[in-house]
Design a protein around this ligand. Structure first.
Ligand SMILES: Cc1cc2nc3c(=O)[nH]c(=O)nc-3n(C[C@H](O)[C@H](O)[C@H](O)COP(=O)(O)O)c2cc1C
Length: 134
């Protein structure tokens, strides 16, 4: 499992470090003009009133076919803009939305994220799982 991530002030980095510590998954920090060969999941943050960070936008536009899901860190203080970079990446580049968490995430967030990724509880699969239970 590969996690491609973007982090400016270190919150996503800390979240990723904890996920890697628990799972042993591989994490790669994205850079401008990066083209990936192996599929993986994107984890980013939301910036400037609900914007996608520039490096994330460039990366997602070039690698969307190889990205299974997108997750965003954010802060609930931003209200309706909480974690919306994930919604925007999902909509613009047709990448399934996986999860949103605050700052570097709580232990519960980390476990929930791992569960979602491991069991592919994102996008339509997540919806159909819920329907199955109903
Ligand atoms: C200038 C600025 C604007 C932000 N705008 C948003 C926002 O619109 N929505 C949101 O959920 N979080 C927003 N945040 C919070 C960041 O997404 C949050 O702190 C995140 O954990 C940063 O990740 P990083 O430390 O890995 O860079 C903003 C933070 C800053 C500094």
């Amino acid at each position: 499992m590969i996690l491609y991530y973007d982090s400016k002030t270190g919150n996503v980095q800390r979240f990723i470090d904890k996920v890697v510590q628990i799972t042993g998954w591989t994490a790669i920090r994205i850079q401008k003009d990066m083209l990936i060969e192996e599929e993986g999941h994107l984890v980013t943050f939301t910036t400037n009133f609900g914007q996608i960070p520039a490096i994330t936008e460039d990366f997602a536009s070039k690698n969307s076919a190889k990205l299974y899901s997108v997750t965003s860190s954010g802060n609930r203080n931003w209200g309706r803009n909480f974690g919306v970079a994930a919604d925007k990446v999902a909509a613009h580049f047709e990448i399934p939305l996986a999860f949103k968490f605050e700052l570097s995430g709580t232990m519960e967030d980390i476990n929930q994220f791992i569960d979602i990724i491991k069991n592919q509880y994102y996008d339509s699969k997540r919806g159909s799982k819920k329907l199955d239970i109903a």
